[in-house]
Design a protein around this ligand. Structure first.
Ligand SMILES: NC(=O)c1ccc[n+]([C@@H]2O[C@H](COP(=O)([O-])OP(=O)(O)OC[C@H]3O[C@@H](n4cnc5c(N)ncnc54)[C@H](OP(=O)(O)O)[C@@H]3O)[C@@H](O)[C@H]2O)c1
Length: 329
């Protein structure tokens, strides 16, 4: 079977290769074997290949924080999924044609769910959801501000905020994105840069904003902080610049701005297994109803992993890059 392997840490398209490896075998007691139908390439996967992610296993290693699969076989004692069911896997190393994993790590998805959206449900949708619930108790009618608003997380956050009655200020790198973001529910769109706070005040009528959400880091974090009301919180959950967040001391000291961080793993670890399953069931239901989706730019066969990684590593994409290890979906 095919699997993606990196044999050195470096430029993703150079270090990753599609290799033939022995099949995973039959499931043992409590295990599930599933065929991987599709996986996305997320920024964290690219950093994993570069060796700059928080996890840096000995090599060779297989990336892949998420995927959607179809159960091929289950071992003794597994009752919550059966062959044919669609599943996501809470563990890593998913860039492969087939996985054999602990039953407790797979979560069933509804039959008939859009497979492309299902491939991306594990990480970005709950991230967008928990960014709106776990940082500041924002209430319907309130504003939140986010950068990378055209990212998968950003677009999901716009949709989830809308369903909660929140208004969003969406910061991006180019004006051409405004119509697309407004069409999915963005209230205000602005281009990042100098005097962001003045432009946001003008666009929102100087509405107080208590929550700022940042995945650019560097000076961009400080620009989001400047847009917040005194006592507001800026939450950094990523760093597309690769820099650490910079918030000026005047914001922290004079205006009481708080700087915090978010990681999905920590957000889910605070919850019981039943609560985690409920989150995914809710998100899957919203995908099924069409309320929640993230665009896909292109789907590549697993043999074309290098081209897929090269494209995923570029800016100004129109959506996620997906890879299919077992033929078209
Ligand atoms: N903490 C967590 O648990 C968690 C979970 C999920 C995701 N994340 C983070 O969330 C962020 C978005 O992930 P995603 O999968 O939604 O991303 P994505 O769909 O792949 O989109 C990437 C985004 O980053 C922007 N970007 C790229 N380079 C940039 C730069 N140098 N400066 C500013 N913006 C830049 C792109 O803008 P252009 O279109 O202008 O190129 C695009 O909006 C990433 O940082 C990711 O690591 C964190």
């Amino acid at each position: 079977m095919k699997r993606i392997q990196i044999s050195a840490y470096g430029t993703p398209a150079e270090v990753a290769a599609c290799v033939d490896v022995p099949d995973v075998g039959e499931p043992g007691p409590g295990e599930v074997v599933f065929d991987v139908l599709a996986f996305p390439i997320n920024p964290a996967d690219l950093w994993f290949c570069r060796g700059s992610y928080r996890l840096k296993p000995p090599l060779p290693a297989t990336p892949g924080a998420e995927c959607v699969g179809r159960v091929a076989a289950v071992g003794a004692g597994v009752g919550h999924v059966k062959p044919g069911d669609l599943v996501i896997n809470l563990q890593r190393e998913n860039w492969a044609a087939r996985r054999r994993v602990k039953g407790e790590d797979v979560i069933p998805l509804p039959a008939g769910i859009d497979l492309r959206q299902a491939a991306m449900v594990r990480i970005n949708p709950p991230t967008a959801m928990l960014l709106l619930t776990d940082i500041v108790p924002v209430q319907p009618g309130e504003w939140v501000i986010q950068n990378v608003a055209n990212s998968a997380v950003g677009k999901l956050l716009i949709r989830l905020a809308k369903t909660r009655g929140l208004k969003t200020v969406n910061v991006v790198r180019r004006e051409a994105l405004f119509p697309e973001l407004k069409a999915i529910g963005a209230d205000v769109c602005v281009v990042d840069g100098p005097e962001l706070d003045a432009r946001v005040k003008a666009a929102t009528g100087a509405a107080p904003i208590r929550l700022g959400i940042d995945a650019v880091a560097g000076e961009a974090t400080g620009r989001i902080a400047e847009c917040l009301a005194d006592g507001g919180t800026v939450c950094t959950y990523g760093s597309m610049t690769g820099e650490d967040p910079i918030v000026h001391r005047s914001a922290l000291i004079y205006r009481g701005i708080s700087l915090t961080g978010f990681m999905l793993g920590r957000g889910l670890a605070k919850r019981s297994a039943a609560e985690v399953r409920t989150i995914y069931a809710e998100l899957a239901a919203q995908i099924m109803s069409g309320a929640l989706s993230a665009p896909v730019e292109r789907v590549y066969p697993i043999e074309e992993i290098k081209a897929a990684l090269a494209r995923a590593d570029q800016g100004e994409r129109t959506g996620k890059i997906l890879v299919v290890p077992n033929g078209p979906i």
